[in-house]
Ligand binder design. Structure first.
Ligand SMILES: Cc1ncc(COP(=O)(O)O)c(C=O)c1O
Length: 388
């Protein structure tokens, strides 16, 4: 008999662990994990330090989050999207979006229910669904445009479908779903009485004319959507693990019931600092976007220097690059080659796919550009040596 419980027996060590170790061994520039290599803005850090020194915030926070952070979250949703969310019953603060997604699945999906996930996906979705004894049903985005086939999506809905996880802006493809795509998804969810778990952690990471449309703002969708977001990306504070789930009180109630027995409450001083940060004026949000516009350009230049093709990301700090013009082999072989011979680390996409659809990601690798401009310029120099 296996020493592990069946629910975790199929979970191996993630490819991130292997790539990080290889990157270290070969002193590679690491564009693997989506983790900024620059610091949180100093005024936000100062608020955290002040909260920790204040003496009021070092014990358990309220289970659903501090009143000031919950108010800041609903004010942010009203300011950017015109959403009217109840700060008491419509928000739960979680340990990052990762816990928010898990609590949403545990709180809103029954064993045996089917949950639709769009691939390539953030790697916690499927293990979360399996740990809830539910069944993942995967629908792929098709490269090079990373779009859904409406017939494939429609065919994924059955009488057992309970929820659909929607991530926009989308990691790893960099897609931002359009109103037309969202309307198609919404119509199917309404027709089949399905709840949407909307993962919007990159909601402010947008390029060019891309516009983030929360699916909760579409007609008749607020009552069937929980929206998950996070301070990690927006304030370059991934280590603080402050996330939240918001939406209709009836759905958020289910999420809160699970959350209270996962973490109960999350880091208290960070919540004070993130309440301050979410209330920052529009200039913060604009400068955040222009900082990333520069980084995206540096990334695109580096990929072009190496002869890799891609759809320029419309959002997020990730890009899926097609290496097939310059390398013949599997994504894992490409990634290992790039680390060892060129000194640049990226992630092979197997981890973002079900086995059934893994071949769709063949020929691609994911690069994260949440890195200093100087490092991205160095990546370009190294990638230029790759051209055959
Ligand atoms: C799509 C997506 N959802 C959720 C998360 C997790 O966010 P957090 O760090 O707040 O748990 C990430 C982090 O990379 C992500 O890319």
């Amino acid at each position: 008999m296996s020493i592990f419980a069946r629910r975790v027996a199929t979970f191996g060590t993630t490819v991130f662990t292997e790539i990080n170790a290889l990157a270290q061994q070969y002193n590679a520039l690491n564009l693997g994990q989506g983790k900024p290599d620059f610091d949180t803005p100093p005024d936000i850090v100062a608020h955290l330090a002040q909260a920790a020194q204040d003496g009021q915030y070092n014990q358990y926070a309220p289970g659903s989050g501090t009143a000031s952070l919950r108010q800041a979250i609903v004010d942010h949703s009203a300011r950017f999207y015109g959403l009217d969310i109840d700060p008491v019953k419509g928000v739960v603060v979680t340990s990052g979006a990762t816990e928010g997604i898990f609590a949403a699945i545990l709180g809103l999906v029954d064993p045996g229910d089917e949950v639709i996930v769009i691939e390539p996906f953030y790697d916690s979705y499927v293990p979360n669904i399996l740990m809830a004894n539910a069944v993942p049903v995967c629908v792929p985005l098709h490269p090079p445009t990373w779009t859904l086939d409406p017939a494939e999506l429609q065919a994924a809905f059955t009488s057992k479908t309970r929820a659909l996880i929607l991530n926009t802006p989308q990691n790893p493809s960099g897609r931002v779903f359009t109103m037309q795509e969202l309307s198609m998804i919404a119509e199917l969810c309404i027709e089949h009485d399905v709840t949407v778990i909307a993962d919007e952690v990159y909601e402010h990471l947008l390029f060019d004319s891309a516009q983030h449309i929360p699916i909760a703002t579409l007609p008749d969708m607020f009552a069937r959507t929980v929206t998950v977001s996070s301070a990690g990306k927006l304030f370059s504070a991934t280590g603080w693990k402050i996330g939240w789930v918001s939406g209709h009180p009836d759905l958020v109630d289910g999420v809160g019931r699970a959350h209270q027995f996962i973490t109960f409450a999350v880091h208290h001083p960070s919540q004070e600092a993130i309440a301050y940060a979410l209330n920052l004026p529009g200039t913060y949000y604009q400068s955040f976007q222009s900082m990333y516009a520069t980084k995206r350009q540096l990334m695109l230049d580096a990929l072009a220097a190496g002869g890799l093709k891609c759809l320029a990301p419309q959002g997020t700090y990730f890009v899926m690059a097609d290496y097939t013009d310059v390398f013949d082999g599997t994504p894992l072989e490409f990634t290992r080659y790039l680390v060892k011979e060129i000194g640049v680390a990226c992630i092979p996409p197997e981890t973002f796919y079900s086995q059934e659809h893994a071949s769709i990601g063949y020929g691609y690798a994911r690069f994260a550009f949440c890195k200093s401009d100087a490092l991205l310029a160095q990546v370009k120099e190294r990638m230029a040596t790759f051209r055959p």
